[in-house]
Write a protein that binds this ligand. Structure first.
Ligand code: ADE
Length: 236
C-alpha cells in the first residue's frame, strides 16, 4: 500500500494547543464540530482533507478521541503529532522521531506471567506503524535537525530524572527511543479498528532533571517541526 492510498482522509491528533496550532494557522478550515468539549476541525492541507483535533493529555483521552474520530469521520489513517522526551542519547532537542512502533510502558501484568507492555490476556504488545507513512515521513527535508525512526513508549507519566532512575526498563528492557503520553493508546485503537497509523514527535526534552524546564520552554517552538513532517506526509 502506498502512502497516497491510505491518505484519503486522515485524522490528525495532538494533545495540546501548541501541538495543533500550526495546523490551524496554515490549513483551510472547512468545518468545525464540537463533541463532548473536543473541537473537531475538518481542514484542507496540501490538497488533502484531514480531521484535526486536540485530544488532551494521556492515554484515555487519546483513545476516546481516536475512536470517536474513526466512527464519525471514517479516516483511512491516523497521525499523532506533538512532542516527546528523548530516551535515546543520540536524539537532540528539536529532532523528530517517527514511530517505527509504539508500546505502552505502563502496562504491567508481570505478576500474572505477562511480559511488561503486553496487554493482559491478549497478544498485543508492540504496535507497528504503517511502513509507507514512516517512509513518507523520513523522506521529508529536515531544516537543521535530524529525523529518526524509533520506538515510542507511551504511559500516563511525565518522565523526569527521578522517574527514569526508577524506570531503567524503558531503555534496557523496552528499548524505547522516546517517551510520551498518547501515541501507544491511539495505536491500540487503530489496531482494534484495523487502521494504519504513525506517530510524529519532536523532542522537547531529555526526560531528565531539566525535563520540566525544557518541555515548557521548547514545546511551542519545536512542535513546528512535527507540523512540517506531517505536512510533508500529506504532500507525498
Ligand atoms: N512529552 C514530552 N516530554 C515528555 C516526558 N519527559 N515524559 C512524558 N511525556 C513527554
Amino acid at each position: 500500500m502506498t502512502a497516497p492510498d491510505i491518505l484519503g482522509r486522515v485524522g490528525i491528533l495532538g494533545a495540546m494547543d501548541a501541538e495543533i496550532s500550526e495546523f490551524l494557522d496554515h490549513a483551510e478550515l472547512l468545518e468545525h464540530v464540537e463533541w463532548r468539549g473536543f473541537d473537531f476541525h475538518r481542514i484542507r492541507l496540501e490538497g488533502r482533507e484531514a480531521i484535526l483535533v486536540k485530544c488532551g493529555v494521556g492515554k484515555v483521552y487519546s483513545a476516546l478521541v481516536s475512536q470517536h474520530l474513526i466512527d464519525t469521520y471514517l479516516p483511512s489513517s491516523l497521525i499523532f503529532t506533538g512532542v516527546a522526551g528523548a530516551l535515546n542519547p543520540a536524539y537532540e532537542i528539536g529532532d523528530v522521531v517517527i514511530s517505527r512502533d509504539c508500546m505502552q510502558h505502563d502496562v504491567d501484568g508481570r505478576a500474572l506471567g505477562f511480559s511488561r507492555g503486553n496487554l493482559l490476556y491478549t497478544d498485543l504488545k508492540v504496535f507497528t506503524a504503517e511502513p509507507s507513512l514512516v517512509s513518507a515521513a523520513l523522506s521529508a527535508q529536515a531544516d537543521g535537525h535530524k529525523i529518526h525512526a524509533g520506538r515510542i513508549l507511551t504511559g500516563d507519566q511525565f518522565m523526569t530524572r527521578d522517574e527514569i532512575n526508577h524506570h531503567r526498563y524503558l531503555i534496557d528492557e523496552l528499548r524505547g527511543d522516546a517517551v510520551e503520553m498518547e501515541g501507544g493508546a491511539m495505536a491500540q485503537v487503530c489496531a482494534v479498528n484495523g487502521l494504519p497509523f504513525v506517530v510524529v514527535r519532536t523532542i522537547s526534552d531529555r526526560a531528565d532533571g531539566d525535563a520540566v524546564h525544557d518541555f515548557t520552554r521548547f514545546l511551542p517552538v519545536v512542535a513546528q517541526n512535527s507540523f512540517a513532517i506531517v505536512k510533508h506526509i500529506l504532500s507525498v
